[in-house]
Design a protein around this ligand. Structure first.
Ligand code: FNR
Length: 341
C-alpha cells in the first residue's frame, strides 16, 4: 500500500517528516502565576518527538498574564519565558521533530481573580466572570502582545507558530457574532469581526517570517453563530494573508453540547481546504493509523492533529505505522528491538 501519512510536507523552508502533529494540549503544570517551563513540560514534549511525531506543538501559551486560562498555563509574555521554551525546542529538534507553539489569549474564558476583558461584556457562563469590554487601547496592546510573543517564539527556536483562534478564546470571541456585539470597526459584519485576527496576523508577520497556522472553531453549534459560509470567508481571508494552514476544530464559543464521534471534525477541514484552496489540519477523535491515512490519502486534510491518543501512547506514530505496514525505521535506538520482537 502506498503510504502518505509518513510522507514529508513542506511549509516554506520547514519540512515535516510526516503528517502527524501533536495537537496543542494545556498541561496546567506551571508553578502558579509564573508561566515558565517546568521539567515535566520538557519530558512531555521530548517524549513525543522520540515517538516520531512530525510536529510537536506546545500547548496554548499566554501572550499576556490576563490571557491565561488558568494560573498554571505556560506563558510567553516575558523574556524570562524564553529560556525554558528554548530547552523544549532543543530537545524536540535533537529527536528529529519540528516544533511549534500555540500563541493564545483566553479573553472572557480566563479563570483568574483579576479583571478580565473581551470584545463585549458577556460572561461565558454563570461560572465565569463578566469581562470588561476591551477599549481600543487594550486591543492595540493585545495585538502587540501577540507580536512580542512571536518574537520570543523565534528566540526560543520554534519552527512554526499557531495562532489560537478557536474554542471560544479571545480571537474566537471577536470572530463570532455570539460574543462580539461591538459597535466599532471590530464588531458588526464579518469583515469587521475578522479585523482583530487580521491585525494580529499582520503584527506577528512583522517579526516572524516562518510558517503560521491558525486554529479555528469551524462550527459554533448555534444557529445564530458563524455559518459555514462565514468560515469559508474567514478561510479565504487567511489565505489572502498567506497563512500556511488552518487547523480545523470546533465548539467552545458558548456552552453548547457537542456530539462527538470518530473523525467528527474532519468534514470541516475538508470543506475549508476545498472551498478556500488552503492547506488544513484535521483534529478530533483520530485514533488509528487507518483513519489518519484515509484523511491524507483522500486529500481531506494535509495534516492530522492527534491529542488524547498521544497522551495515552507517546509512541502512537509507531502504532499507526504498524497498522499500515509502514516500516518506520526510527527512532534508530529502538529499531533493533522492534526487529527482534
Ligand atoms: C486540549 N485541546 C486544546 N486545544 C487547543 O487548541 N489548545 C490547547 O491548549 C488545548 N488543550 C487541551 C488539553 C487537553 C488535556 C486536551 C485533551 C485537549 C484540544 C485538543 O488539541 C484537540 O483538539 C481535542 O482534544 C480533540 O482531539 P483528540 O483528543 O480527539 O485527538
Amino acid at each position: 500500500m502506498d503510504n502518505k501519512l509518513f510522507s514529508p510536507i513542506h511549509f516554506g523552508d520547514v519540512t515535516l517528516k510526516n503528517r502527524i502533529v501533536m495537537s496543542p494540549m494545556c498541561m496546567y503544570s506551571c508553578k502558579p502565576m509564573d508561566g515558565t517551563v517546568q521539567p515535566f513540560h520538557i519530558a512531555h514534549y521530548e517524549s513525543r518527538a522520540v515517538g516520531q511525531v512530525g510536529l510537536v506543538m506546545v500547548e496554548a501559551t499566554a501572550v499576556q498574564p490576563q490571557g491565561r486560562i488558568s494560573y498554571e498555563d505556560l506563558g510567553i509574555w516575558d523574556d524570562l519565558h524564553v529560556e525554558g521554551l528554548k530547552e523544549i525546542t532543543n530537545r524536540v529538534h535533537a529527536n528529529g521533530a519540528k516544533s511549534a507553539i500555540q500563541l493564545a489569549h483566553a479573553g472572557r474564558k480566563a479563570s483568574l481573580a483579576e479583571p478580565i476583558f473581551a470584545p463585549s461584556g458577556l460572561a461565558f457562563s454563570k461560572d465565569y466572570h463578566v469581562p470588561n469590554e476591551m477599549t481600543t487601547k487594550e486591543i492595540t496592546e493585545t495585538i502587540k502582545a501577540f507580536k512580542d510573543g512571536a518574537t520570543r517564539a523565534k528566540q526560543a527556536g520554534f519552527d512554526i507558530l499557531e495562532i489560537h483562534g478557536a474554542h471560544g478564546y479571545l480571537i474566537n470571541q471577536f470572530l463570532s457574532p455570539l460574543t462580539n456585539k461591538r459597535q466599532d470597526e471590530y464588531g458588526g459584519p464579518r469583515e469587521n469581526r475578522y479585523r482583530f485576527l487580521s491585525e494580529v496576523i499582520d503584527a506577528v508577520k512583522s517579526v516572524w517570517t516562518g510558517p503560521i497556522f491558525v486554529r479555528l472553531s469551524a462550527n459554533e453549534y448555534d444557529p445564530n453563530g458563524n455559518t459555514m459560509d462565514d468560515f469559508i470567508y474567514f478561510a479565504k481571508q487567511l489565505k489572502r494573508q498567506a497563512i500556511d494552514l488552518i487547523d480545523c476544530s470546533s465548539g467552545g464559543v458558548i456552552p453548547a453540547p457537542v456530539t462527538t464521534y470518530p473523525l467528527y471534525q474532519v468534514p470541516l477541514a475538508e470543506t475549508l481546504k476545498k472551498e478556500a484552496d488552503i492547506a488544513t489540519g484535521a483534529v478530533g477523535l483520530i485514533t488509528t493509523g487507518l483513519q489518519a491515512e484515509e484523511i491524507i490519502q483522500n486529500n481531506r486534510a494535509d495534516l492530522v492533529f492527534v491529542a488524547r491518543a498521544l497522551l495515552r501512547n507517546p509512541y502512537w506514530a509507531k502504532q499507526a505505522a504498524d497498522e499500515l505496514n509502514y516500516p518506520l525505521e526510527a527512532p534508530t535506538q529502538y529499531v533493533r528491538g522492534w526487529r527482534n520482537s
